[in-house]
Ligand binder design. Structure first.
Ligand code: SF4
Length: 345
């Protein structure tokens, strides 16, 4: 794509490095980018010593979704979230479920999308009866400029903002979004650095740092998702360590979503996660002390619904992404008055 064809937006969170090099400070790669080159996400480019976003005016997905689809189960339950993405990602997961839009810029330099302005996005969300805007499907960190402009406008119009993220962002990026970001689902893909290196071309520690920081130093509502890939990240020992990390560094009230893997993209030789494996992970999460553990893509009230962790009453009954009943009153169980953690429950 010729540079003149791109409506460039100067990037946020970067600084000049040696010569005409720049350093991007959005994600933990902290790419140093030479003149005329792009960072590892392939959607941020150094032109004449200035870093630009190449995707600001290229929205590739825009749909109203149930907030449960993110998944966020303790955040404005039953509401719709206007969900947007642009192309690109800072990871290269071999099993990515959205690889057509997340990996195209990396594989072929292709960046497709429509020039939809932040005003139009927020207006569409309001008209569609959505309570929030979700930055999702690809990694929102790498399109932070659009998130920031939409997020601020959305806040002015009384909407909330949520990220669905791989958590590979810097602390500076979290602080930058802190004014308008209300909720986040972070993928904790495994509890092994080798897995992150091999499967995602990233590292585990920055993701752990993001989780601890958000849980302890911000007001952003946090949920965590782990995709269980057979034979890769599903040993009982690893899952126990992962669940114990959530308990000790994020807290027992952080919901943990364990989701079923289906062969995708470059990872086609595997099999879908067995129900037995998912149930074992569920029990490990509960045994570690987590109050809210959910299974994704496994229908059944026991795994999809929210129960009071004190008296066991079913509080939110989910059937897929649909809420059948919600009996939480003022964020409390109506029977035993135990506080149920969440945002706008
Ligand atoms: S967002 Fe991450 S991968 Fe992209 S240029 Fe910045 S530091 Fe590099």
């Amino acid at each position: 794509m010729a540079i003149e064809e791109i409506n460039l937006k100067e990037a946020v969170l970067w600084e000049g490095a040696d010569g005409k090099k720049v350093q991007c400070k959005l994600c933990a790669h902290r790419c140093e980018i030479g003149e005329g080159k792009v960072g590892q996400c392939c959607v941020r480019k150094n032109i004449d010593g200035v870093l630009y976003s190449l995707t600001y005016d290229k929205v590739c997905s825009a749909n109203p979704d149930p907030i449960e689809k993110k998944p966020l189960f303790h955040f404005q339950p039953g509401s719709r979230s206007f969900s947007i993405a642009t192309m690109g990602c800072n990871f290269r997961c071999e099993f990515c479920q959205n690889w057509q839009i997340s990996q195209a810029a990396i594989e072929s330099g292709r960046i497709d999308g429509e020039p939809i302005t932040p005003e139009q996005i927020v207006e569409a969300a309001v008209r569609g009866g959505c309570k929030s805007i979700a930055y999702t499907y690809t990694e929102p960190t790498v399109f932070m400029e659009l998130c920031n402009d939409c997020g601020r406008l959305a806040k002015e119009r009384g909407l909330t903002n949520v990220f669905v993220s791989n958590g590979y962002m810097t602390r500076e990026a979290i602080d930058f979004a802190g004014d308008w970001l209300n909720g986040i689902n972070v993928d904790l893909k495994a509890f092994s650095n080798g897995y992150y290196r091999r499967m995602c071309k990233g590292r585990l520690q920055p993701v752990l740092d993001t989780i601890s920081y958000i849980a302890n130093e911000t007001d952003i509502w946090l949920e965590i998702t782990t995709l269980l890939v057979p034979g890769e990240n599903d040993s009982s020992d690893e899952l126990k360590k992962l669940a114990e990390f959530i308990v000790t560094k994020a807290g027992v009230d952080v919901p943990w979503h364990i989701s079923r893997f289906h062969p995708q993209y470059k990872y086609l030789d595997s099999v879908p996660t067995s129900l037995g494996s998912l149930e074992r992970a569920f029990e490990i999460g509960k045994a570690a002390g987590l109050h809210y553990v959910y299974l994704g893509n496994v229908p059944g009230a026991k795994f999809e619904s929210t129960f009071c962790h004190n008296c066991g009453r079913m509080l939110i009954e989910r059937i897929g992404y649909r809420i059948a009943t919600n009996s939480i009153e003022d964020s409390k169980c109506p029977d035993c008055e135990t506080e149920i953690a969440g945002f706008d429950l």
